[in-house]
Design a protein around this ligand. Structure first.
Ligand code: FAD
Ligand code: NAD
Length: 159
C-alpha cells in the first residue's frame, strides 16, 4: 500500500479542524490539526496526534499544557495560517482560558494539561486532561478529502 492510498482513505473521514496552541515562557505557538478525539468522560480526557517534524512537538513537551480550538466556519484563514498554507507571517492574538492560549471565535476552546504521551510510529499522541472549556454558538469548519467545507442544511431522515 502506498502513502497516497492511505492518505486518500483517511481523508474520507470528515472531521472538524482544530488549532492546537501552547505557550512556552510567553511564546505562543499554534498548529492546525484534525487528529483530535474525545477519549474519556470520567476523567475528562482528549487525545491529539503530533507529527515528529512539527515544531510544536517539543513545545508541548516543555509546557506540558495545550489548548484545542475547534474552528468555526469563518476561520479557514486561521487554519491556513497555522498549517503553513499561508506563508507570510501573520499577527494572531490569543485570549486565555485557564492560563492557556486560545483563539477567540472558535466553536469550542478546550484547555488541557498533558496526562500522558505515547510515541507511535512517526507521531506522538498526547492525552490531555481537560481543565476548562468555553463554547460559542457557531457553525464548525469541516475538512474532507483534502478540502475545507461548511456544513450544508440538514436533510431530514425518513424512517
Ligand atoms: P510551524 O510550521 O512552525 O507553524 C505553522 C504555521 O503557524 C507557520 O506558518 C507559523 O508562522 C504559524 N504560527 C505558529 N505560531 C504562530 C503565532 N503565535 N502567531 C502567528 N502565526 C503562528 N499535523 C499533525 O502533526 N497532526 C495533525 O493532526 C494535523 N492535522 C492537519 C489538519 C489539516 C486540515 C491540515 C491542513 C494540516 C494538518 N497537519 C497536522 C499538518 C500541520 O498543520 C503542518 O504540518 C504544520 O505546518 C506543522 O506545524 P509546526 O508545529 O511545524 O509549525
Ligand atoms: P492528505 O490528502 O495527505 O491528507 C488526508 C488525510 O490523511 C488527513 O486528513 C489525515 O487523516 C491523513 N494524513 C495526511 N498526512 C498524514 C500524516 N503525515 N500522518 C498521518 N496521517 C496523515 O493531505 P491534505 O489533507 O491536503 O493535508 C495537507 C497537509 O497537512 C499534508 O502535508 C498532510 O500531510 C498534513 N496533514 C497531516 C496530518 C497528520 O499528521 N495527522 C493530518 C492532516 C493533514
Amino acid at each position: 500500500m502506498d502513502d497516497r492510498q492511505f492518505r486518500t482513505a483517511m481523508g474520507k473521514f470528515a472531521t472538524g479542524v482544530t488549532v492546537i496552541a501552547t505557550d512556552v515562557e510567553g511564546d505562543v505557538h499554534g498548529m492546525t490539526a484534525n487528529a483530535f478525539m474525545s477519549v474519556s468522560l470520567s476523567p475528562k480526557l482528549v487525545v491529539i496526534s503530533i507529527g515528529e517534524n512539527a515544531r510544536i512537538l517539543e513545545k508541548i513537551k516543555q509546557s506540558n499544557t495545550f489548548s484545542v480550538n475547534i474552528l468555526a466556519a469563518d476561520q479557514q484563514e486561521l487554519s491556513m495560517i497555522f498549517a503553513g498554507q499561508i506563508k507570510e507571517p501573520r499577527e494572531v492574538t490569543f485570549d486565555r482560558l485557564d492560563g492557556k492560549p486560545v483563539l477567540a471565535g472558535a466553536v469550542a476552546q478546550i484547555a488541557c494539561e498533558v496526562s500522558a504521551e505515547h510515541l507511535e510510529g512517526d507521531h506522538t499522541l498526547f492525552i490531555g486532561r481537560v481543565t476548562d472549556i468555553h463554547l460559542e454558538d457557531a457553525e464548525p469548519l469541516i475538512f474532507y478529502s483534502g478540502r475545507y467545507r461548511a456544513l450544508s442544511e440538514e436533510t431530514p431522515v425518513t424512517i
